[in-house]
Design a protein around this ligand. Structure first.
Ligand SMILES: [Zn+2]
Length: 316
C-alpha cells in the first residue's frame, strides 16, 4: 500500500426502483420507510447501521477460502481477533473479554473486561435526495400466520410504503488503522502491525468489491433492488478527511450543483494523490456538464465498475 495514502473516501449516488430498503418503527399493519425532514418535507433514508450490514454481508458472500468473518453471538459480541477476523478488524467492536483470553493483540492473555476497537471503515446513512411524497405509493401484501392451515386464505393485510429515489451514500476508510492496533506504550501514538501488508491491502479491496456487489437489503423477495453506485467519486488522500462526502448535491430537480462540486474538488485535490469518477447514463440531468468539469481536473469519466476496479489496482 502506498505509504503516503492515509484515507480513502468514496461517495456515490444510487437510483432505485420502487423499494423499501429500511423500514421505520411502523404500526401494527404498516411497514413504513425511515424518513427525515428538511424544511418541513420528508425524504427517505437508510440508516448507517443498515448500510454497514449490507456491506458486511456482501463481503461475507465473497470470502475466499481461509478468509474469516465472525458472526456476533446472541448478545452481539464478536470475536475481537483482528488478525483472523476481517469483520472485527474493519468494522470494530465493543466486546467483553474473559480474563486470560489469548488474542493477537494480547498474546499474554487479556486482563478481562471491555475491549473496544473504533471502526476503520465508516459509513454514512444513505440519504434520499428527492422528496418522499412525490415518489412513493402504499402497496399491500397479505401476511399469513404460520399456524394457519394451508388452503385457508386468512392472512391479514399489511400496508407497505414503497418509493423510488436517488440516494447519496458514503464510506471512508482510515487506512492507517486497518490491520493495526494503536500502541500508546511510547511517548507518541504508534501503530502495531497485526496483519501484514498483503493481508491489509486484501481487506481494503474486499470493501471496494462489496460496494460493487451490495445485495442483502431487506424485503428483496418482493422488492428486488439494485443499490450499487450509479455515480461515484473516490479519492485517495494523504490526509484523513471526510470532505469529499459533500461533493454531490441536487439543485433544480435532479441536476448536480456544479459550483459546489468544483469547490469540494478544489479542497480535496490539495491532499489527494488520485481522484476517480464514474457515472452511468440516466441518473443526473446534467451529465455532460459533469463530465466536462471532471475533465478540466484531468479526471476521465468511466463507469462505476471501472472506477472500483481501478481503485482496487491503485491500493496495491
Ligand atoms: Zn470477529
Amino acid at each position: 500500500m502506498n505509504k503516503s495514502i492515509k484515507g480513502m473516501n468514496i461517495v456515490w449516488l444510487s437510483k432505485t426502483g420502487l423499494t423499501n430498503l429500511n423500514a421505520g418503527e411502523g404500526e401494527a399493519n404498516l411497514v413504513d420507510i425511515k424518513k427525515y425532514k428538511r424544511n418541513g418535507r420528508e425524504y427517505p433514508y437508510v440508516s448507517g447501521q443498515a448500510m454497514r450490514y449490507y456491506i458486511k454481508e456482501a463481503m461475507r458472500r465473497n470470502l475466499n477460502l481461509g478468509e474469516f468473518m465472525c458472526i456476533p453471538d446472541a448478545q452481539g459480541e464478536t470475536c475481537a481477533d483482528i488478525e483472523k477476523c476481517i469483520a472485527c478488524d474493519l468494522f470494530g467492536f465493543m466486546s467483553t473479554i474473559k480474563r486470560g483470553t489469548k488474542l493477537p493483540t494480547f498474546p499474554e492473555g487479556h486482563p478481562g473486561g471491555a475491549y473496544t476497537r473504533v471502526s476503520p471503515v465508516k459509513v454514512s446513512p444513505a440519504v434520499g435526495l428527492l422528496p418522499f411524497d412525490e415518489n412513493c405509493v402504499v402497496d399491500f401484501l397479505t401476511r399469513r400466520k404460520p399456524q394457519e392451515v394451508a388452503g385457508e386464505r386468512m392472512g391479514d393485510i399489511v400496508n407497505v410504503e414503497i418509493g423510488t429515489n436517488i440516494y447519496k451514500c458514503g464510506l471512508a476508510i482510515d487506512l492507517v488503522r486497518v490491520g493495526k492496533e494503536e500502541d500508546w506504550t511510547g511517548e507518541a501514538l504508534r501503530f502495531k502491525e497485526i496483519v501484514e501488508e498483503k493481508g491489509r491491502v486484501g481487506r481494503v479491496k474486499k470493501v471496494l468489491e462489496a460496494i460493487k456487489f451490495l445485495t442483502d437489503y431487506s424485503k428483496q423477495a418482493r422488492l428486488l433492488t439494485d443499490f450499487t453506485p450509479d455515480v461515484i467519486c473516490i479519492a485517495f488522500q494523504d490526509k484523513y478527511s471526510h470532505r469529499l462526502q459533500k461533493l454531490f448535491e441536487f439543485e433544480d430537480g435532479e441536476k448536480i450543483n456544479t459550483r459546489r462540486l468544483k469547490q469540494i474538488l478544489d479542497d480535496v485535490k490539495e491532499y489527494s494523490e488520485r481522484i476517480l469518477f464514474g457515472m452511468i447514463s440516466g441518473v443526473v440531468e446534467n451529465e455532460e456538464e459533469l463530465k466536462g468539469i471532471f475533465e478540466s481536473y484531468g479526471i476521465e469519466t468511466k463507469t462505476p465498475a471501472e472506477v472500483l476496479k481501478e481503485a482496487m489496482g491503485f491500493i496495491c
